[in-house]
Design a binder for this molecule. Structure first.
Ligand code: DX5
Ligand code: ZN
Length: 212
């Protein structure tokens, strides 16, 4: 199967988000990746369920909502309710993943987990059977436009060796230059913020990543 491209709206122009979403969707985006930051888990703040609800109304594409927040147990259901199709939370938060997954699924949505560059993929082992997506961070979370960390690619093989058969997404620093290595390592979803919304021609930008 071809790799899925998920532009991160973090790098879009929020003053005209509807046009930005339409532009990327027409340009061939498969999913949208929504980066939620709370100023505690990461040193940056982005947006909440209110904006996800607006994005939901503006596009029919699958919404992959990446929660970089300290309290996903409280907020993940709110993002699910707002219209995210899949909600992911970090393995590094100090909460019980089982309960968070239950809370997301109770809203009829899919759950996924994320590992930071310094976190071993093995920590996810127990929950893998319940996850629709594993996100492997290829930058330190918090900001768009950082450089890709190739060392994290080996986590894909580790996840497969643990029997995980779901989607594996690379998040951070993905561009036409780094996409080939991600695909060769077995990634099935590629997030691209600056490499899509930072380019004037979104269709060409998405094609360049797809064909890398
Ligand atoms: C980083 C976010 C990423 C990031 C992607 O904290 O989780 O999704 O915005 O942006 P680029 O593709 O520019 O690295
Ligand atoms: Zn992200």
């Amino acid at each position: 199967m071809d790799v899925l491209i998920a532009p991160s709206v973090l790098s879009a122009d929020f003053a005209c988000l509807t046009d930005e979403l339409a532009d990327a969707a027409e340009g061939g985006a498969d999913w949208f990746h929504l980066d939620v930051m709370d100023g505690h888990f990461v040193p940056n703040i982005t947006f909440g369920p209110f904006v996800v609800k607006a994005i939901r109304a503006a596009t029919e594409l699958f919404l992959d909502c990446h929660l970089m927040i300290q309290d996903p147990l409280t907020y993940a259901p709110q993002f699910a309710k707002a219209g995210a199709d899949l909600v992911t939370f970090h393995a590094e938060v100090d909460q019980d993943p089982e309960q968070i997954i239950d809370a997301i699924e109770a809203q009829g949505k899919k759950a996924g987990m994320v590992v930071n560059p310094g976190t071993d993929a093995q920590v996810l082992q127990h929950w893998l059977p319940r996850l629709s997506l594993v996100v492997v961070m290829s930058v330190k979370p918090g900001f768009a436009g950082q450089s890709f960390m190739p060392d994290v690619l080996e986590k894909i093989a580790v996840l497969r060796s643990l029997g995980y058969e779901g989607n594996i997404e690379m998040d951070g620093g993905v561009s036409p230059d780094t996409a080939r290595a991600c695909k060769d390592a077995g990634a099935t979803v590629l997030v691209a913020g600056s490499a899509v919304f930072g380019e004037a021609d979104r269709a060409a930008a998405i094609r360049a990543i797809r064909e890398a």
